[in-house]
Design a protein around this ligand. Structure first.
Ligand code: C5P
Length: 334
């Protein structure tokens, strides 16, 4: 039996980097949003043992460093299953693109493998395994709009907003996430933590980082709750139901901290964001640590027009839309 499934990408609607932790990761606060762009994953189990990764894209590792390999190994062990697992990846999403491509591939491989084996892990076991594979893997077990906390692996479903037209620009550079985090620390004047300076660093860095995280927390909370509040000055009462709440992001001014370190290093990405804004995006941002940039648009027509404009300027641009949780789960199986 062969199971084929779509592996949808995500964008980050705001991302704030907090304090570095003793385990080498950073505290994060972000809203993940799944979108329609996707890879295809095919899983089968044959006689024998071991794991085989097949992919035409030479940039995709075929060994145990591949996220699909790592998750399959854990799932097989957890389900006490036997056989040789073959995972075929048809790559459309960029590699090291900040859209969670490899992380999404891992979750899709997990779900497809469960189908092939006709065995299921519990929901919490899936989340545990996903978090072991990477910080932005568990979000793909939820889909739609997802709040990400701690190192990004603590995920909570948020109420979805209607599908919003979105243009994705994929510049031809790969950004290393660990390097971007390290550059962030350097810019903040933080040294890598060692056991010797841990206490001192904590004194110096925690309050500032904590304040910044709380600030974004408040912004997000205000934005997300806006539609429920009838209070004067709150969104819905004044603007009415017609406005797409996602576009209220523009007013909330939610931003992605990675832009501060990635844009100076790759000025063309900053140019890409400006190009999206000039092409009519209501909100444009880097996704994750990049290099993908996205823009949210008021209509599909505006997004399509922006794509042709951006392509004429030499950008690789695609029109898509945000994917609600319901659509995400409906469209996952091919
Ligand atoms: O969890 P994941 O494997 O995606 O993380 C890759 C690297 O990115 C980590 O090894 C770490 O250096 C960095 N990272 C971080 N803080 C996070 C997530 C990732 O410092 N919250």
């Amino acid at each position: 039996m062969i199971v084929t499934a779509r592996s949808f990408a995500k964008i980050n609607l705001g991302l704030r980097i907090g304090a570095p932790r003793a385990d080498g990761f950073h505290e994060l606060l972000t809203i993940y949003q799944t979108i329609g762009l996707h890879d295809l994953i095919q899983v089968s189990v044959v006689r024998g043992n071991g794991i085989e990764i097949r992919c035409d894209d030479p940039r995709v590792p075929k060994d145990e460093s591949n996220t699909c390999w790592r998750i399959v190994e854990k799932v097989m062990e957890s389900l006490h299953a036997n056989g040789r697992v073959i995972v075929e990846i048809e790559k459309c999403l960029p590699v090291q693109g900040g859209m969670g491509g490899a992380s999404a591939n891992a979750v899709t491989a997990l779900l497809a493998l469960e189908r092939v084996l006709k065995k299921s892990l519990s929901a919490s076991e899936r989340l545990r395994i996903a978090a072991e594979v990477g910080s932005d893997v568990p979000l793909f077990l939820i889909g739609g709009m997802v709040l990400g906390m701690e190192r990004g692996e603590q995920v909570y479903p948020l109420e979805d907003f209607p599908a919003t037209p979105c243009v994705v620009v994929t510049p031809d550079v790969g950004v290393s996430t660990p390097k971007a985090f390290a550059e962030w620390d350097r810019k903040q004047g933080l040294k890598p933590r060692s056991s010797k300076d841990r206490a001192g660093n904590e004194e110096l860095t925690m309050p500032k980082s904590f304040d910044r995280m709380s600030e974004l927390g408040r912004e997000m909370s205000a934005w997300l709750s806006e539609s429920y509040s009838g209070a004067p000055g709150s969104g819905r009462a004044e603007r009415g139901r017609a406005e797409n709440p996602l576009l209220a992001l523009v007013r909330a001014g939610i931003k992605n901290d990675f832009e501060e370190v990635v844009f100076p290093e790759y000025p063309e990405l900053s140019e890409g964001k400006k190009a999206l804004e000039r092409a009519g995006a209501k909100y444009a941002s880097l996704s994750g640590s990049g290099s993908t940039l996205y823009g949210l648009f008021a209509s599909k027509e505006a997004a399509d027009l922006a794509v042709s404009r951006l392509r004429k300027q030499g950008w690789t641009a695609q029109s898509t839309a945000t994917l609600t949780r319901q659509r995400y789960w409906k469209r996952i199986w091919v």
